[in-house]
Design a protein. Structure first.
Lengths: 144, 121
């Protein structure tokens, strides 16, 4: 549930950040953009931290119970994708203070480029983690 | 205003430095500590099961380095972040702010490169 809420918040924020400023007010992107994106920042930070903490706890069980099974079955690609998920998640966690500052304490002389880029990186990490986690979870089949 | 500016410098320095140090920790295998979840043991530094037991017995005591790599990078990034927060604003004004996203993006590419062996099987 935490991961799904995080996916929704960061995806909405990223699309709104990339949407053109001159979108028609009544259009889909116009309505999309009219939601103040900055208000998502606190939620994204909290949800990301909670997801990372839960993931770090679950990782103990993954390493002992799941990963040896994947190794025995020769799912090396899945292990590679999962390793990348770990690395990306750690880098994303460290980006949260800068991300928060860019959205909640923006500088007048600062372009939106930094904010948009940071949000896009976080969105990529969240989607990668979500999809890889599900893929690793499902590859051994239901009930395995 | 001053504390806000200091936190901004800390945040930008922390995110950038962490991304660099994490790749260094990963590439050089520098973990602040190693966790052996099946044994319930945490050892300071990097410890490989193969160093103390037959490699074939590694499955009995799987090791986790990820926490240690992240801790190594976080420690270094915290130190540099605090230094950046203490610096006068005029010293850091000229630094391009885009480094805060470009460096992590490059670090992620470096992580992909370091993970490539998994995809060669």
């Amino acid at each position: 549930m935490v991961a799904v809420a995080l996916l929704g918040a960061v995806t909405h924020q990223t699309l709104a950040a990339w949407a053109t400023v001159d979108a028609r007010p009544g259009s889909f992107f116009g309505r999309f953009r009219s939601v103040p994106s900055g208000s998502f920042a606190n939620a994204v930070v909290v949800l990301y931290v909670v997801s990372a903490l839960l993931g770090a706890i679950l990782y103990l069980y993954f390493r002992v119970d799941v990963r040896p099974e994947l190794e025995r079955a020769g799912h090396w690609h899945v292990l590679g994708f999962f390793d990348l998920k770990e690395h990306f998640a750690a880098i994303g966690l460290a980006l949260l203070p800068a991300y928060w500052v860019c959205w909640r304490r923006p500088h007048a002389d600062e372009s939106a480029q930094t904010r948009t880029a940071l949000t896009s990186i976080l969105a990529f990490i969240v989607w990668w983690s979500f999809l890889t986690g599900h893929f690793a979870n499902n590859i051994m089949g239901f009930g395995s | 205003m001053t504390s806000s500016a200091s936190f901004r410098r800390f945040a930008f320095a922390f995110g950038t430095t962490f991304a660099i140090l994490y790749v260094v920790a990963l590439a050089r295998d520098v973990a602040l500590f190693t966790v052996f979840p099946s044994l319930g043991v945490v050892l300071a530094g990097t410890h490989h099961t193969r160093d103390v037991a037959d490699p074939a017995m590694g499955f009995l005591a799987p090791a986790i380095y990820w926490y240690g790599w992240a801790a190594t990078a976080a420690l270094g990034a915290l130190m540099l972040g605090f230094v950046a927060a203490l610096l006068p604003g005029r010293w850091t004004r000229a630094i391009w702010r885009g480094w805060v996203w470009l460096v992590p993006a490059l670090s992620m590419i470096a992580c992909v490169y370091l993970t490539l062996p998994w995809f060669r099987f």
